[in-house]
Design a protein around this ligand. Structure first.
Ligand code: NAI
Ligand code: MN
Ligand code: ZN
Length: 335
């Protein structure tokens, strides 16, 4: 089978690899579509601290089960499935409190173990979620990015009367906008980015007001509006201090960033307004929820997808995704 392998940081090859056999408790998926994420690019360039090499990348993928390991019901062969990349032990402390995404022995498909930019991929059977026929193949790899928004909003508990502010209108910001508007019916969703093209996508995904902070700082454009719910989906370390400064008292702030750089913030700026900070990593069993949202038409993944490429064009697809955020948002690979 053909697989996209990062042999070592900087070296991406489309390699011929042996067909994997599903281990006990696993299924093998004949992958049909997979989408590119920033973290795939980071693993390619050696900027993901969790990655081990060589690695078949890809953690957003969809396909059809074509073989099962011991203990898995053979009637699952033929099922259309989206795969949750979060593989957890099920019994450590975080797992026992419903937080498998931070399992003490967390293994992420496409990061710690081989992933879905491949003609076939294996995964635990319980990570393979059957999709209803109303979700088309071409959009079925897009469930995972929405689980990130599902996870962080589960902490933030959005309310219709919130004034929400989202930093960054990349895939993470856009999924958050759609979930705040479509699922939680938040009346006002404000979005800030420095690229006008990204702000247009934000509006298409339902943003009520957009701000460009490339030249003028956001605070100077808000005219006293104090957001009650803020999501940092741009993830520059400087954003938290700005978010705390513009937030309403009693606001909640959600963070998605993984930067290793320190961010400088005073206790006073947080405590004087009694701000709540939440962080969110990947997702904790959020696939069923996202599948339901998609089935009910509450979210529109097609609004994020700008390009389709074949697996053979992987290097071109990854390069476009990385270098051209003005024309490119989600890039989907067709196997
Ligand atoms: P992206 O790079 O496509 O989008 C980021 C957007 O933020 C861009 O449109 C950029 O123009 C904008 N931006 C950058 N600095 C800004 C600033 N100071 N003010 C306003 N806008 C700014 O990336 P994507 O895929 O949307 O991911 C966003 C972040 O989320 C990444 O840092 C990624 O590491 C993180 N992430 C976290 C996850 C988690 O589970 N915690 C999962 C996936 C991504
Ligand atoms: Mn992703
Ligand atoms: Zn665990």
């Amino acid at each position: 089978m053909k697989s996209v392998v990062i042999e070592q940081p900087g070296t991406l090859v489309l390699a011929e690899r042996p067909l994997p056999a599903p281990a006990a408790g696993e299924v093998r998926v004949k992958v049909k579509y997979a989408s590119i994420c920033g973290s795939d690019v980071h693993i390619w360039h050696g900027h993901n601290p969790f990655a081990k090499y060589p690695r078949v990348i890809g953690h957003e993928f969809f396909g059809v089960i074509d073989a099962v390991g011991d203990g898995v019901d053979a009637s699952r062969i033929g099922e259309r499935v989206a795969v949750d990349p979060v593989v957890s032990c099920g019994h450590c402390y975080p797992c026992s409190v419903g937080r498998p995404n931070v399992c003490t022995t967390l293994s992420v498909i496409g990061v710690h173990r081989d992933g879905g930019f491949s003609e076939y991929s294996v995964a635990p059977a319980s990570n393979a979620y059957t999709l209803p026929t109303t979700i088309p193949d071409r959009l079925a790899s897009m469930m995972e990015p929405f689980t990130i928004a599902a996870n962080i909003t589960a902490f933030l508990k959005p309310q219709p009367q919130d004034v929400a502010l989202i930093y960054g209108a990349g895939p993470m910001g856009l999924t958050a906008i759609q979930v705040l508007k479509g699922v939680y019916k938040v009346a006002q969703v404000l979005v800030v980015d420095r690229l006008p093209e990204r702000l247009e996508l934000a509006q298409a995904s339902g943003a009520d007001r957009v701000f460009n902070n490339a030249e003028v700082a956001l605070a100077a454009q808000l005219e006293g509006v104090q957001p009650t719910l803020i999501i940092d989906a741009a993830c520059h370390p400087s954003i938290l201090a700005e978010a705390a400064a513009i937030a309403s008292p009693a606001a909640r702030i959600g963070l998605l960033g993984f930067s290793g750089e320190p961010c400088s913030i005073t206790q006073q700026s947080l405590t004087s307004k009694e701000l709540s900070l939440f962080t969110s990593r990947l997702n904790s069993h959020r696939f069923p929820q996202v599948i339901e949202w998609m089935e009910q038409g509450l979210i529109q993944p097609e609004k994020l997808v700008t390009h389709y490429f074949s697996l053979d064009e992987i290097e071109r697809a990854m390069t476009l995704f990385e270098k051209d955020p003005r024309t490119c948002c989600k890039v989907v690979l067709e196997m």
